[in-house]
Design a protein around this ligand. Structure first.
Ligand code: GDP
Length: 526
């Protein structure tokens, strides 16, 4: 019974947005509500503090990018909330995609002035592929922005979402007066730029009553009434089932910076968002309520403590109860392991935990046993492998710049690839190593980390590839022919899967025509 309740009170989600839309600010305000931090600014200042003590994070700080995906847990009104933070920077998009395999729902933050931006589009697309339930938070209402109806149209069109506003703004920018909460039928007034002052909400069940003009002008009241009427006519009523299937997205308006509209978002979120959901493994569907523990690694974070060259493997608990010091099977290695100091992350603090439930994320200190996508169980051979690799956008040869450190270099590359920093391809023809990344920035990060963590030095050389294509075919003779004629472009990825590194779109098209029985995809198949 307790086990069941523990699962049902968990909400594990991610916040996604284009950089600068306000993801960090919103995360921080949510933590404030959970009492996980005491002051505004704590999340950011913690980021900077970490940066100062760790060389790798220094790059992050200098470039002003949040590279790491952090995990934050807090309690709110009896719910246990796990936020998986995701880097907004596009060079680290792959990290975000992987994180999305560990969430049960997401909140998308959109800047009211900028509307739907490129990164938002890409991330929402990934969520939609998985039918992840989505809530939309439109931020920065204290600034001038797009008309609410226009913005909703834009979101529906560009993101392909069906929307259902659960709050509605009264004015915006200079004239921002507050939001009407359609979910609870309450009105909340915005008191201006003072972060500490948040008004009590006023309950107005009938916005057509005269009471409304006690709070806002006749003109504003009229506008609100009109707009709410349109909203009720044009948009579907909230339907939790549709939301849970990823077919309907509630929308909230507010200002994260001013902590306005955030409580409404959180209160509704805990009520409607899904608890941990069943997860597909290669072998079967695994239900969170099953008594036996299973989980998978979705993220490896290196160098959290600069004094130890340690890593932390983040495991999402899928089913059963995870316990400290209990023997579990590391499925890929076929090895039994136990973990004496699993961590959980309560706001900025790391704590050792004795147990964790489905939906929770535990951090396991690791010396190199884990790879992204690894599964743990109580003995069952199970693979949660829906963490695909996507084709990188950039390719470079990596060379050893210090012949005496060949071993260190090999180990460094190996471990960084396990972490998912980039993808390694080994050319079939000559065994040369090619590093593929989503963004050019990752090459600097790799070079820097190889030197500072492994004492190895590397140089890069251009490798003329356009995309990596994973291959599937039953036609052995075509495959043999492809490998023979395209020797120069054939490589193995980290899992020893065969990959065709196409020079150009044209080159791929020609190859496809020549080998019609071979499927080339920009995404690994398992
Ligand atoms: P992230 O890149 O999505 O994490 O965005 P941040 O949370 O770092 O916010 C980007 C910038 O927008 C920062 O300067 C914030 O102070 C600012 N910001 C965030 N929310 C609001 C808001 O509601 N109103 C205004 N005016 N600025 C905001």
């Amino acid at each position: 019974m307790i086990f069941e309740q523990e699962i049902k009170r968990r909400r594990t989600f991610g916040i996604i947005s284009h950089p600068d839309a306000g993801k960090t600010t919103l995360t921080e305000k949510l933590l404030l509500f959970g009492g996980a931090i005491q002051e505004a600014g704590a999340v950011k200042s913690n980021k900077i503090k970490k940066a100062a003590t760790s060389d790798f994070m220094e790059i992050e700080r200098q470039r002003g990018i949040s590279v790491a995906t952090s995990v934050l847990a807090f309690e709110y009104k009896g719910y246990k909330i796990n936020i998986l933070d995701t880097p907004g920077h596009q060079d680290f998009a792959e990290d975000t995609y992987r994180t999305l395999t560990a969430v049960d729902s997401v909140i998308v933050v959109i800047d009211v002035a900028k509307g739907v931006e490129t990164q938002t589009e890409k991330l929402v697309q990934v969520c939609r592929m998985r039918d992840i339930p989505i809530i939309v938070f439109i931020n920065k209402l204290d600034r001038e922005g797009k008309d609410a109806f226009d913005l909703l149209d834009e979101i529906e069109q560009k993101l392909g979402l069906r929307l259902c506003p659960l709050s509605w703004p009264i004015g915006m920018g200079q004239d921002f007066e507050g939001v009407y909460n359609l979910w609870e039928q309450k009105l909340k007034f915005y008191l201006g730029n003072n972060k500490q002052r948040v008004s009590e909400s006023v309950e107005i069940t009938d916005i057509f009553s005269d009471d409304l003009t006690d709070f806002i002008t006749e003109r504003q009241a009229e506008k609100l009434r009109e707009e709410v009427e349109i909203v009720r006519e044009v948009y579907p009523a909230f339907d939790r089932k549709a939301y849970l299937k990823g077919q309907l997205s509630p929308v909230f308006f507010g200002s994260a910076l001013n902590n306005f509209g955030v409580a409404e978002l959180l209160d509704c979120f805990v009520e409607i968002a899904p608890w941990p959901q069943p997860k597909k493994a290669d072998e079967r569907l695994v239900d969170p309520f099953e008594p036996k523990f299973t989980g998978f690694v979705f993220k490896i974070h290196a160098n959290i403590d600069p004094n130890h060259r340690s890593r932390i493997a983040f495991v999402k608990v899928v089913s059963g109860k995870f316990e400290r010091n209990k023997n579990y099977l590391h499925v890929r290695l076929g090895k039994t392991m136990k973990f004496s100091s699993p961590n959980m992350f309560l706001a900025a603090k790391k704590e050792v935990v004795d147990e964790a439930y489905p939906g929770d994320i535990v951090g396991l200190p690791d010396s190199g046993n884990f790879r992204i996508g690894d599964s743990l169980s109580e003995g069952e051979v199970i693979h949660f492998r829906d963490i695909p690799s996507f084709s990188p956008e950039h390719f470079r040869f990596i060379n050893n710049a210090d012949p005496l450190k060949a071993k260190q270099l090999a180990k460094g590359i190996d471990q960084l690839m396990d972490e998912g920093v980039a993808q390694l391809f080994t050319l079939e023809q000559n065994g040369r190593k090619v590093i593929g990344t989503v963004g050019a920035l990752q090459y600097d990060v790799i070079q820097y980390r190889l030197e500072h963590e492994y004492g190895a030095r590397c140089t890069y050389e251009p490798f003329p590839a356009w995309k990596a294509c994973w291959i599937q075919t039953d036609n052995e003779s075509q495959l043999a022919e492809l490998r023979r004629t395209k020797q120069r472009n054939m490589a193995r990825d980290k899992h020893d899967r065969l990959v065709f590194l196409a020079d150009s779109e044209f080159n791929l098209q020609m190859t496809r025509e020549k080998f019609p029985d071979i499927q080339f995809t920009f995404k690994s198949n398992d």
